[in-house]
Structures are given as structure tokens and as C-alpha cells.
Write a protein that binds this ligand. Structure first.
Ligand SMILES: [Zn+2]
Length: 288
């Protein structure tokens, strides 16, 4: 990709530009060349080619398994080719930028998952550069301020789902604060009637899981259960005395969003394992 090869760095970082792709294809493999994780792009029209006139720092979309993922394309300090320029200049010179892969714009579940990932990413970038949520703009807003080409993303998608850029900034702020609700970043303002019915569980319902006391984004990521032989207990709180929510087989994968509680000098990570949430002893996890 020419942007990567140009290798220009930003001299400053003053905000984030949020894009959406404008094409009905939620799969990251449309844009990113990584068959192992994302599946094969059989059209060979991904962005990892010379002659492609665009590249951003991250993309959010579906991986090979259809799960929503955040994928980094450029070193964070690079000047990306994202929003073009307007009469006052270009936010490419000053903003970290990412694209959210659009689908048909009517799937509420994908919308929620993609924008929850975006809120996490906003919080990550804001913390890294000491930015406020108010510095997050859409491509459309960047154009209105005079620093981008005339595009309507991603406001058109938000409007279709009854949301706005202000809502995304609120979500980012919540993600930065580390809501006590745990790892459901971005989901707590969706009206109750739109929520899916909770699945029946044969163990303690996830609602009984305690809130995490701390957050460290460095702990966020995917982990494998690295016990010697035994399954690992997923518990409702931090400590071996807390009720067991589920048993995790050795080698199974869990997702941590950075939330944890320390108990007796041990970090118990709040993780998602399949459709269950709970705490696991950090010493038995290996980060992927
Ligand atoms: Zn755009």
C-alpha cells in the first residue's frame, strides 16, 4: 500500500476521525490481506497492493469466523490516507483514523457490536494520546470543519439506527471511565426492548457476576486457558471462594477488555468466554 510505503509520520495528534466504508461488505478480508485470520479475498481487491489510494490505522469488521474484530493496518504514528482534505487542510496530518465495515445498515446486532468495538478503540486511542472524547469526529464532521472531502460517513449509518456522533462520543467517554458494569461497553444505552433475551444457563446467571474494580487496557486481549491439565474455573468474583459460573477447558479462548480485580496479590481478569462472563485467575491465562 502506497501510504505504508510513503511512511510519513504525523507531527501531532489532536483527534480521531471515524469512517464507515460505504459498501455492503462487513468482512475485513475485503480490505485486509490476512487469509489466516480473516479468510481469503478471492477478488484480490484488498488494500495491501500498490495503487490503492487509501489506508487508515484500523478497521473494524468481521473476521473469518464472523466475529467483530479490530484490525490494525498502519503504525499508529503514521500519517494515514483517510479523509482527504478540505479548504483548511487535512486531518490526515493530525488525526488517528479508522473505518467500520458497513453491512446493509439494518442489522442491529452487528451495529451494536461494531460500534461497541469502536468505543473501545476510541478509548484506547484517547488514553494513548491524552485526547478528550470531544476530539472524535466523523468524516462528515471533519468535512464540515473544513479538513476533509465531502463524505457523509458514518453519520448516515448512525442516523439509520437512531443514534448520532454525540452518542458515539458518550460511548467513548464511558469506555474511558471503565464502567462498573464490566465489559459491556457501548451496550448499556440500547433500549431494553432491543436487547436479546438472555440465554438459559445451567449455572449462575451472568447478572450475578461482580463488577471489576480496576481497568488496565494493557490487559485487554484474547487469552488461552493455560492450565496443566485441569479445566479452569470461571467465577462470579475475584477469589477461589467465589461461586463458579462455568468450567473452561484447557486451551479454550477467552476475551478480556482490560477489566480486573486484584485479590490477595493476584489479578483476576473479567473475561468473556462464549456467552458467559466471569473472573479467572490471571496466572492461568496466556495472552495470544
Ligand atoms: Zn470516510
Amino acid at each position: 500500500n502506497g501510504c505504508y510505503k510513503a511512511g510519513k509520520k504525523r507531527s501531532k495528534t489532536t483527534g480521531i476521525v471515524k469512517h464507515s466504508t460505504g459498501a455492503n461488505n462487513p468482512y475485513l478480508r475485503r480490505y485486509i490481506d490476512d487469509p489466516g485470520n480473516l479468510g481469503e479475498n478471492t477478488n484480490n481487491n484488498h488494500w495491501n497492493r500498490p495503487g490503492v489510494s487509501t489506508c487508515v490505522h484500523f478497521m473494524i469488521g468481521k473476521d473469518k469466523a464472523g466475529k467483530v474484530a479490530i484490525y490494525q493496518l498502519l503504525p499508529l504514528d503514521y500519517r494515514c490516507w483517510g479523509c482527504g482534505s478540505g479548504p483548511k487542510g487535512s486531518y490526515n496530518a493530525s488525526h488517528v483514523q479508522y473505518e467500520i465495515c458497513e453491512d446493509g445498515l439494518t442489522d442491529r446486532k452487528y451495529f451494536e457490536e461494531a460500534f461497541a468495538a469502536a468505543a473501545w478503540l476510541d478509548a484506547y486511542i484517547c488514553k494513548k494520546y491524552g485526547l478528550k472524547a470531544s476530539s472524535i469526529v466523523s468524516h462528515k464532521e471533519a468535512h464540515e470543519k473544513g479538513y476533509a472531502t465531502n463524505h457523509g460517513d458514518c453519520d448516515h449509518w448512525l442516523a439509520k439506527q437512531g443514534k448520532s456522533m454525540d452518542w458515539t462520543r458518550e460511548q467513548a467517554e464511558k469506555a474511558m471511565d471503565g464502567p462498573s458494569a464490566g465489559n459491556s461497553v457501548g451496550k448499556d444505552t440500547i433500549p431494553a426492548k432491543d436487547k436479546e433475551e438472555p440465554k438459559k444457563a445451567d449455572t449462575a446467571p451472568t447478572s450475578k457476576v461482580e463488577a471489576a474494580k480496576s481497568r488496565d487496557l494493557k490487559l485487554a486481549g484474547t487469552y488461552t486457558v493455560a492450565t496443566k491439565t485441569d479445566p479452569l474455573a470461571l467465577r462470579a468474583g475475584a477469589g477461589t471462594g467465589k461461586p463458579k459460573v462455568a468450567s473452561l477447558a484447557k486451551g479454550s479462548k477467552v476475551q478480556c477488555y482490560g477489566y480486573y480485580t486484584e485479590a490477595d496479590g493476584v489479578k483476576w481478569l473479567l473475561v468473556t468466554a462464549g456467552d458467559k462472563n466471569g473472573f479467572v485467575h490471571g496466572g492461568h491465562l496466556k495472552k495470544i
